[in-house]
Design a protein around this ligand. Structure first.
Ligand SMILES: Cc1cc2nc3c(=O)[nH]c(=O)nc-3n(C[C@H](O)[C@H](O)[C@H](O)COP(=O)(O)OP(=O)(O)OC[C@H]3O[C@@H](n4cnc5c(N)ncnc54)[C@H](O)[C@@H]3O)c2cc1C
Length: 420
């Protein structure tokens, strides 16, 4: 069993650029750490009992006892339960994406004794790791931070013997001879009997200065249903003209004193379903600003005001609001299926199970007599779970649930296709 490290310590000068890289790495790995400044002779004596000139900083201490001197990223990865090179030439299952869906799938697959590799390109915990407080996750009555949930899941995954290949992206997929192959950015080729795409989505952003600063401090991405009770008697602004934005406006109108829908186009009927257009237009609390974009954000620690610009006249206007919901869609991470026959919807989400039927017929390239399992894509043995899946519910618990369910279906698939 691999030993996991809970709290690391980085010793370095305050502005040591290598230490900055290591800090960012540990942060994305959701490994807790303390940063200890070693700026002068006094610090050098206190922590190392040696002159500053003799020290090779940064030094990283891991609670499992390992001390690393001027480590590279991959030295650190080696010691916190991640792998540099895959151990096996073939896996039972390769999981792409270590958000809630991928982590949950990894836990269940590890628990079932499968030979599994989990590949993550950026952040353990995915989108959820950016949430300061998840309040709708079962078993945490006071909520839990996304980072802590991710850290707990990471430890559980490692303890169950799953290999995690971190800072590796699946760039290209290939399916042949009943197996799936993933080509990673460092040239590694992963071969697996079953594959799970749990790559999630990235919400489109406004790309404005200060957008990061107000993230979850006035700016929210997606329809924000869980935020609605906190917007009682407030003026809520929503960016977007699609169904997500329209439904969100109607939902917020139940709580807010006023809802302003900020739409880039001149008409809602192009982007919004007919029944919603009428409801939105006729709602006494909803105002629609057409041909309008958000051009500036301001406030202190929390958003206070936005500036909007009319794209045809250039006229600017300020709106006092503490709640701006950006509903301009998400981009699913499925480009690596580009040269495959994996069916995706018009937005790029992976289509699975019953949704693969068109007018009662399965795609012509589906080769089996049986129907695709509920989370199986249009290629046997390729499954999708979580936000990346067409028509999925974009929630942490749903992603975790789908990750677990995917493993039950993958076990059925593997038993139909035993290893030779
Ligand atoms: C700020 C914020 C707050 C939220 N708050 C809540 C909340 O309070 N409650 C709630 O229920 N939901 C919340 N959500 C939604 C919830 O986080 C998502 O529904 C959930 O994270 C989806 O999980 P996932 O595993 O499907 O995808 P993701 O979380 O998107 O994870 C996908 C992972 O795959 C990785 N990846 C992508 N492409 C590749 C590739 N090619 N190779 C390798 N890795 C790849 C990504 O880096 C990412 O880590 C919030 C979302 C955000 C953004």
């Amino acid at each position: 069993m691999i030993k996991t490290c809970r709290i690391a310590r980085i010793f370095a000068q305050k502005d040591n650029p290598e230490a900055v890289k290591l800090r960012q790495l540990l942060c994305r790995l959701v490994v807790h750490y303390h940063f200890i400044e070693v700026n002068n002779e006094e610090d050098a004596q206190r922590y190392f009992k040696r002159p500053l000139s003799e020290l090779k900083l940064p030094v990283v201490h891991l609670p499992c006892g390992t001390k690393l001197v001027q480590p590279t990223e991959s030295d650190v990865l080696d010691h916190v339960g991640f792998i540099n090179k895959p151990k096996y030439s073939e896996y039972d299952l390769a999981i792409y994406g270590a958000g809630p869906a991928g982590l949950s799938a990894a836990v269940h697959a590890g628990f079932e004794g499968l030979k599994v590799i989990l590949i993550e390109k950026k952040t353990i915990g995915g989108q959820a790791s950016t949430s300061p407080l998840i309040e709708n996750y079962l078993g945490f009555p006071n909520g839990i931070s996304g980072k802590e949930l991710a850290e707990r899941a990471r430890q559980q995954v490692v303890n169950l013997g799953v290999e995690i290949s971190f800072l590796q992206e699946g760039l290209k997929a290939e399916f042949k001879d009943g197996k799936g192959y993933g080509y990673l950015q460092d040239g590694t080729k992963i071969s697996a009997r079953a594959n799970l795409c749990a790559c999630g989505v990235e919400y489109r952003r406004l790309n404005l200065p200060d957008e990061d600063r107000f993230f979850n401090a006035g700016i929210f991405y997606g329809a924000g249903a869980s935020e609605s009770p906190f917007c009682k008697n407030e003026h809520v602004c929503i960016v977007g003209g699609g169904n997500g934005a329209g439904q969100s406006a109607l939902n917020f109108a139940n709580y807010a004193s006023k809802v302003t829908l900020i739409v880039r186009g001149s008409d809602l009927s192009q982007t919004l379903s007919t029944h919603l257009v009428e409801q939105v237009k006729n709602h006494p609390k909803i105002q629609v600003l057409y041909d309008t974009v958000v051009s500036k954000l301001s406030g202190g620690k929390w958003l206070k005001e936005i500036e909007v610009t009319h794209s045809k006249t250039g006229q600017k206007k300020k709106i006092q609001t503490k709640h701006l919901f950006v509903c301009i869609g998400g981009i699913p991470h499925t480009e690596y299926f580009n040269d495959t026959s994996v069916i995706r919807d018009s937005l790029g989400y992976v289509v699975t199970g019953p949704d693969l039927f068109q007018n009662g017929t399965l795609p012509s390239h589906w080769p089996l007599k049986r129907q695709p399992f509920f989370l199986e894509g249009s290629v046997p043995g390729l499954f999708a779970a979580g936000d990346v899946r067409h028509n999925s519910i974009k929630r942490c618990a749903s992603a975790v649930g789908e990750g677990a369910m995917a493993i039950a279906l993958i076990l059925r698939y593997l038993s139909e296709n035993p290893a030779h």
